[in-house]
Design a binder for this molecule. Structure first.
Ligand code: HGY
Ligand code: MN
Ligand code: MN
Length: 422
């Protein structure tokens, strides 16, 4: 190694890899990428990544029982591994950076370390987690939940998709996983000493400060409820307005009740969304008989969440009684806000400073695998500025200059942690 010249990632290779991975699930010109867990595009992306890791890095790819993909460069000493990575699935018609960028930055760091002949003390692993985004099985951050013992074989064995037709275990099997062996996917802090996830910010804070990079202090808590409103399907012409039990107009009121309760918190660290809604039978001339939707509430501090739930419970009961519909509620996710590890945050800051970058410290309003991993071992995140703060849409964009800076800051942080951690 040439001591005078710092080791740097290969920006052109990084850009080529980002474009290559973006092909899988691409919906056509000016459109986004749809690559949910278990889809054909997911399978193709996995095959592409496995080839990249096995052919170009000449590392053996390990698919764990929840189909997380791992590669390892062995260390000189018998120490817990340093892990870098993110996820390769996408939302419906999403962008090419969310998740993919973190996996490819991890790849780039491993490859750079390898080609410079750097021998680390710790094993260095790259990971691409399975199903980070919401999917037809209604489980997000799937791979990291299983890896941190939050979901077991028992929880997932009989699980079906939201149409009730596809068995989770069969989809998992097609990806190389095995629902019967999920305990073998569990990670411990003896095996993994640090997890660093690079991700696009998906907001505008860094851009407004004129910074390329940020270090995450805390990952927002996410709460999701599946709500089913049961009314009565009937003829849209012959049923008088006061004889109707319209599940959709009732659901519309519920959405507004929720929005009002969220807005009443008057906090930029509390948001809520209904982004999924299914109307039955969804036909022009039939009064909707049933509506299913998912309400999501995100809050940095849990008391806000409790307050919103109290308010919506009151409001939902009032709407249900007045409109004579049934409202069934099921909590499908209740994830607390997660602070990131101070030592790793400092390492990322050090990494950025080594390449002459100042960083902001900021809260993540998006959920990430690092939140789950933080329950088991030290975790931290490095954010890259998102142009116009756009994400989960085709316009999602981060500049390759900023992405390359993240790669070099991550590389420096890994080298620093390799010296520092035991
Ligand atoms: O939904 C989220 O916050 C993340 O992008 N998965
Ligand atoms: Mn996302
Ligand atoms: Mn993501």
């Amino acid at each position: 190694m040439d001591n005078l010249k710092p080791v740097r990632v290969n920006r052109n290779r990084l850009e080529t890899n980002l474009q290559a991975l973006a092909v899988y699930g691409h919906n056509g010109p000016s459109k986004g990428i749809t690559r949910p867990f278990g889809s054909q595009a997911d399978k193709e992306a996995r095959a592409w990544l496995s080839t990249l890791w096995s052919r170009h890095l000449e590392l053996q790819v390990h698919t764990d029982p929840i189909a997380n993909l791992w590669v390892t460069i062995e260390g000189k000493e018998n120490l817990p591994a340093i892990v870098v990575g993110s996820h390769h699935d996408t939302v419906t018609n999403g962008g090419m950076y969310d998740g993919a960028m973190g996996v490819l930055l991890a790849t780039e760091v491993l490859q750079t370390i390898q080609e410079h002949g750097i021998q680390l003390r710790h094993p260095l692993k790259a990971v691409s987690f399975s199903g980070e985004e919401p999917n037809s099985f209604n489980v997000s951050t799937l791979g990291s939940k299983v890896a941190t013992g939050k979901l077991s074989t028992e929880d997932l064995f009989e699980k079906r998709d939201n149409k009730g037709t596809v068995l989770f275990r069969e989809t998992l099997h097609e990806l190389g996983g095995d629902v019967g062996l999920l305990t073998n996917a569990i990670i411990t802090n003896q095996e993994i000493g640090a997890f660093l996830e690079c991700h696009i910010e998906q907001g505008k804070k860094l851009e407004s400060k004129g910074l390329s990079l940020g270090v995450v202090t805390k990952i927002i808590g996410i709460y999701r409820e599946k709500i089913i409103v049961i009314g009565e399907a009937n003829h849209a012409g012959t049923t008088l307005m006061h004889h109707r039990y319209d599940a959709l107009t009732a659901a519309s009121e519920l959405l507004l009740v929720a929005e009002k309760a969220i807005v009443a918190c008057k906090s930029d660290e509390v948001v809520g969304t209904v982004g999924y809604l299914q109307v039955e039978p969804n036909s022009t001339n039939i009064i909707p008989g049933q509506v299913e939707f998912i309400l999501e509430i995100r809050a940095v501090d849990s008391p806000y969440k409790e307050r919103i739930i109290k308010e919506i419970t009151k409001g939902f009961n009032e709407v249900a009684a007045r409109r004579k519909v049934e409202v069934q509620r099921e909590v499908i996710l209740d994830q607390a806000p997660k602070p990131m590890n101070a030592e790793l945050m400092q390492a990322l800051e050090h990494g950025a400073n080594q390449i002459g970058e100042q960083v902001a410290r900021l809260i993540s309003m998006a959920g990430h695998d690092a939140a789950n991993v933080s329950d088991v071992t030290r975790s931290a995140m490095l954010f890259v500025s998102s142009v116009n703060g756009k994400s989960h849409c085709p316009d999602e964009f981060s500049r390759i200059e900023d992405i390359a800076k993240a790669g070099n800051a991550l590389l420096e942080a890994v080298l620093y942690l390799d010296r520092k951690l035991d």
